[in-house]
Design a protein around this ligand. Structure first.
Ligand SMILES: Cc1cc2nc3c(=O)[nH]c(=O)nc-3n(C[C@H](O)[C@H](O)[C@H](O)COP(=O)(O)O)c2cc1C
Length: 215
């Protein structure tokens, strides 16, 4: 199964950080389930998936997020709004939970994975500082974000990734303060409004020769 190269490129050029969504156009359930799968299928270091993706369906909560998102209207106008959160730390318990999942999915004995488990406990729990683990988890979640942005583009769905939010204030509203997770960023998804002039402006990218180097 191969997608046509030119079709992929066209979609990537069509994608832009959408500033104005049409509040009346909703993503179909079928397309949305593909987008959710793209999050589940995202790679992560060791496969640890140190994240949760919160799909904010509640309109009242979306309104509450608006002022702590620099007033960016995409938060309330887009069809769907996803908050990316990551684990604040990775514990021995979490690693064991992951090992149990591997054993379950692959029909293996957890005992046979003890070497892998101990290696992760040594390299993560016993070696990395909490700050390092938090930064590492943040990086992982951006991979999932990239997967989702590209999948949406291929489906002809508009998106805007959003770091223009106050993660600590998000944590408060989303009830994450005393949880294992913390807000990283968000993505709004839906369909561009025809009034959005940013859909027409040229993409600004440096020359390929200064960005991609062969050595
Ligand atoms: C991690 C990240 C955070 C971003 N945060 C915002 C944001 O809060 N609001 C916004 O309108 N655009 C945001 N953008 C969009 C960028 O400004 C945009 O991707 C960039 O200018 C390139 O334009 P293009 O995506 O339309 O090609 C963000 C992009 C990324 C990757």
């Amino acid at each position: 199964m191969k997608l046509e190269a030119q079709d992929i490129l066209k979609k990537l050029e069509w994608r832009y950080a959408t500033k104005v969504f049409n509040p009346n156009k909703k993503i179909s359930a079928e397309d949305w389930s593909v987008i959710e799968q793209s999050l589940l299928l995202s790679p992560s270091s060791y496969g640890l998936q140190p994240w949760k993706f919160l799909i904010v369906e509640n309109k009242v909560i979306r309104e509450q997020l608006l002022p702590i998102s620099w007033g960016q209207k995409q938060v309330t106008d887009a069809s769907h709004f996803v908050v990316f959160t990551t684990l604040k730390k990775i514990s021995e318990t979490y690693i064991k939970h992951f090992i149990e999942r591997i054993a379950q999915v692959r029909g293996q004995n957890a005992e046979s994975l003890i070497g892998f488990q101990n290696m992760m406990i040594k390299n993560i729990v016993e070696t990395r500082t909490p700050e390092d683990v938090s930064a590492w988890n943040h990086r992982q979640s951006y991979i999932a974000m990239g997967f989702m942005l590209e999948t949406a583009a291929l489906l002809g769905i508009d998106t805007v990734p959003m770091e223009g939010i106050d993660p600590k204030a998000y944590d408060k509203i989303l009830g994450l303060e005393n949880s294992d997770y913390q807000t990283v960023a968000a993505v709004a998804l839906g369909y561009r409004d025809e009034s959005d002039k940013y859909a027409q402006v040229k993409k600004v990218r440096f020359e390929k020769s200064s960005i991609i180097q062969k050595i």
